[in-house]
Design a protein around this ligand. Structure first.
Ligand code: PNS
Length: 174
């Protein structure tokens, strides 16, 4: 039987407990999940691709069947190249829906019109309700302003955030 491979794409700047919750759910459905960090993005990230990949690899060290890679170009091309038949996305609230709906339909269109016309379906998973208000952007804001992020990200990522903001403060104020 064919291995069921899914791509879990995103910015992961940084990975949060919400992402890990989605990943654990996806692992119950798929044989292999590739966490794919988008290298070509419009947002200016806090962490480099290498830093984000290292964080994902460290946080998923004891999860079997999880890989982490970066990709550039179109997500569907990457998914087809990896022989994946699904894209995983987390859906936290209704506010996520419009963007996700557009993205899913655009990706479906792109996959259908690609050279090998493979089928890639987007699968949405809901995180535990305690993560519905959690986002990488908010975690960065909380830590930047001296708040406690221990319930939102693994400890080593909280420390990496604190370090990053300390060094950027030093650059601004020195
Ligand atoms: O975590 P994010 O920032 O919401 O993830 C968005 C991401 C990386 C999944 C999306 O921007 C993406 O797929 N980028 C790759 C380029 C691409 O294929 N764009 C067309 C998607 S409709």
């Amino acid at each position: 039987m064919n291995e069921k491979i899914a791509i879990y794409p995103g910015s992961f700047d940084p990975l949060t407990n919400g992402h890990l919750d989605i990943l654990a759910r996806a692992l119950k459905i798929f044989d292999k999940i590739i966490v794919a960090v988008a290298a070509t993005e419009l947002k200016k990230p806090l962490f480099s691709i290498a830093e984000r990949l290292k964080m994902i690899k460290t946080a998923t060290l004891n999860l079997k069947n999880v890989e982490a890679e970066s990709f550039s170009g179109l997500l569907v091309d990457y998914a087809l190249q990896k022989k994946a038949n699904a894209l995983i996305r987390g859906l936290r609230a209704v506010s996520d829906f419009e963007y996700e709906f557009q993205m899913a339909l655009m990706n479906r269109h792109l996959a259908k019109h690609s050279k090998n016309q493979n089928h890639v379906e987007t699968v949405y998973l809901m995180p535990d309700e305690k993560y519905t208000y959690l986002s990488s952007t908010l975690v960065k804001e909380v830590v930047r302003l001296g708040g406690d992020a221990k319930n939102f990200v693994p400890k080593f990522i909280e420390l990496a955030l604190i370090k990053k903001f300390k060094s950027s403060h030093a650059k601004i104020y020195l």
